[in-house]
Design a protein. Structure first.
Length: 170
């Protein structure tokens, strides 16, 4: 397992960006937020990309952003919530780094996302609870195929990073 790249996965709102930045600092690695990288490279916001290209178009851009990380080392990558939701993405992560699934309780995810206005897949949803439940079920096999699984419920970000440091052990 190549520990020079650590991929944080999990549902939107699971804390990938927060934990990723902290973990990178702890390990002395660079930090890359895949969504921010896509916005920088395209010069467009994620909601704008979704609006003009749809989810399929965004996922294609996202796939290229993910595979470009193979050229990097000593980096923690916070993926988007749906980045890992394909067998090709899972294979890529499994063979190019350490995949980490940040597990968050469904009710907690719904609570966190209820105040979010900048997440394109949430626009126009009638029931956030139903959406979270459905998407979690669809992505479960992909998320759970990661090398490391950390249940984050009731833990502070520092405690999560401590656990990851022990699990990954550089």
């Amino acid at each position: 397992m190549d520990k020079s790249r650590i991929y944080l996965t999990g549902f939107m709102g699971s804390g990938k960006s927060t934990i990723g930045a902290m973990l990178a600092q702890r390990f002395g690695y660079d930090f890359l937020d895949l969504d921010q990288n896509i916005e920088t490279v395209t010069g467009r916001s994620i909601p704008d990309i979704f609006q003009s290209h749809g989810e399929a178009g965004f996922r294609e851009i996202e796939k290229h952003a993910l595979t470009s990380t193979a050229a990097r080392s000593r980096v923690v990558i916070a993926t988007g919530g749906g980045t890992i939701a394909s067998s090709n993405a899972v294979y890529f992560v499994q063979h190019h780094g350490v995949g980490v699934y940040l597990v968050v309780d469904e009710a907690e995810l719904t609570r966190r996302l209820s105040s979010s206005a900048d997440r394109p897949l949430l626009f126009g949803r009638q029931s956030l609870t139903e959406y979270v439940s459905t998407k979690l079920a669809e992505r479960k096999e992909f998320y759970e195929s990661m090398h490391v699984r950390i249940v984050t419920d009731g833990l502070t970000p520092d405690q999560i990073v401590d656990r990851l440091e022990n699990e990954i052990a550089l």
